[in-house]
Ligand binder design. Structure first.
Ligand code: HEM
Length: 179
């Protein structure tokens, strides 16, 4: 396997921590939304909402740190033999992931501010998003956009994971840079 510069250790830790958090946020979001639509309220639904909001909001905070790391440290270069088109495709997917990992939680946060439904795990409230008025109709529209962004994010994550597996099986060293 070719030896290659790895991502800095903090970057790798943040990558895997956020991967777990996002992979929890998507199914809990779908599950709680389907329970709400079926009018199934109770302890489980409330817990799903609370955890979803807490984990999703933490993803937003961690994205700030992640962007700071990305600006501070340069991404290790791809090997020269990797086709330019593939490098461009990989970079495009990564940039889109960054954009969606900011926009998706931002829209969720805006939605719960407008609703308002800011309570999370242990009864702690999230801060309200500045400049967002209390308005149920606005909240419904924000949740709709939040859902569309989340599904787009899920599709992009599937592409990202498929590419990661391809690198892993080809043993070209790219997968190991993030492990
Ligand atoms: C990366 C972070 C996040 C992901 C991947 C994510 C994902 C999802 C998904 C897949 C749904 C279901 C959409 C649907 O079926 O319509 C959902 C719903 C929801 N999310 Fe998130 N979410 C994230 C962050 C947040 C944050 C930060 C908040 C609030 C602080 C939030 C609040 C909500 C609420 C309240 C709903 C239910 C909307 C409804 O009942 O119509 N989410 N989310």
């Amino acid at each position: 396997m070719p030896s290659m510069e790895k991502f800095p250790v903090g970057w790798r830790l943040l990558h895997w921590l956020m991967a777990v958090m996002v992979l929890i946020s998507i199914p809990t979001g779908l599950w709680m939304a389907s329970r709400a639509e079926a009018d199934l309220w109770g302890e489980l639904t409330n817990a799903l909402y609370s955890w979803h909001k807490a984990i999703g909001f933490s993803v937003l905070l961690l994205m700030v740190l992640r962007i700071a790391i990305k600006v501070r440290y340069k991404t290790p270069p791809y090997p020269q033999e990797m086709p330019r088109k593939l490098q461009l495709a990989a970079k495009s997917v990564h940039h889109l992931l960054y954009i969606l990992l900011i926009l998706t939680p931002l829209l969720g946060w805006a939605g719960v501010t407008a609703f308002p439904a800011l309570v999370t795990v242990g009864g702690y409230d999230l801060p309200a998003m500045p400049l967002v008025p209390e308005d149920r109709e606005l909240a419904a529209r924000l949740f709709e956009i939040h859902g569309v962004l989340a599904i787009t994010l899920a599709v992009l994550i599937a592409v990202h994971i498929a590419a990661a597996f391809r690198h892993m099986f080809r043993k070209d060293g790219i997968f190991r840079r993030m492990v």
